[in-house]
Design a protein around this ligand. Structure first.
Ligand SMILES: Nc1ncnc2c1ncn2[C@@H]1O[C@H](COP(=O)(O)OP(=O)(O)O)[C@@H](O)[C@H]1O
Length: 188
């Protein structure tokens, strides 16, 4: 899929703020690709499309989990973890994206996973540090990436924050994030 088509799809579907966030993730991802020798075209496309299903109706997402044979365990957790896998399935089966790296980056952008490709890592982190984000500690994370070039450490820190947040709020944790945390703890 060409960039122009991806932008049109997302602009027509998402609220303005989320569309702008998606474009900033794509821009941040391209900068990171330059820095880490990633594939700028792939990360740009994944960045534009990663939140495509963010506001899809939950009942529809449940149907798509069955239709596209996604892991049914996804349904047992916070519904937030569905939009990545559903967007990846829609891009693959309804919009003809074949590039596995782009699809994986969209799929795993919320939870991360162990052994991420460079494209996945970049989208996972760019979603967290794009210039519109203002959560505590985000500036340190930007320094970690753009000055210190510590990509795996950033992945570990982001996963740790997510797990902490979920525990503190008594939410169940989809295990992929725990696997990500363990993997990048050992790697960092
Ligand atoms: N492993 C997980 N299990 C359950 N919920 C999770 C998991 N990983 C992330 N989340 C939740 O998903 C939400 C964040 O989703 P994300 O796609 O990053 O959204 P946003 O772009 O709006 O920040 C948070 O509420 C977070 O706690």
């Amino acid at each position: 899929m060409k960039k122009k088509r991806a932008i049109k799809l997302v602009e027509e579907k998402l609220p303005k703020k989320r569309f702008e966030h998606s474009m900033r993730v794509a821009e941040t991802a391209v900068k990171m690709a330059d820095l880490f020798n990633g594939d700028a075209e792939k990360v740009e496309l994944a960045g534009i499309l990663h939140d495509y299903a963010k506001y899809d109706d939950l009942a529809l997402m449940y149907q798509l989990v069955t239709k596209y044979e996604l892991d049914r365990e996804l349904l047992a957790y916070n519904s937030e973890i569905l939009h990545g896998p559903v967007a990846a399935a829609l891009m693959k089966y309804e919009h003809g994206i074949e590039d596995v790296e782009v699809l994986q980056a969209i799929f795993n952008h919320t939870t991360g996973r162990k052994q991420m490709t460079l494209t996945e890592k970049i989208i996972f982190v760019a979603d967290y540090i794009e210039p519109g984000r203002n959560q505590p500690g985000v500036d340190e994370m930007r320094t970690m990436i753009f000055d210190e070039k510590k990509l795996d450490k950033a992945i570990y820190d982001i996963s740790k924050r997510t797990v902490k947040f979920l525990l503190e709020n008594d939410k169940c944790i989809y295990p992929r994030t725990i696997e990500c945390l363990n993997y990048y703890n050992l790697e960092k």
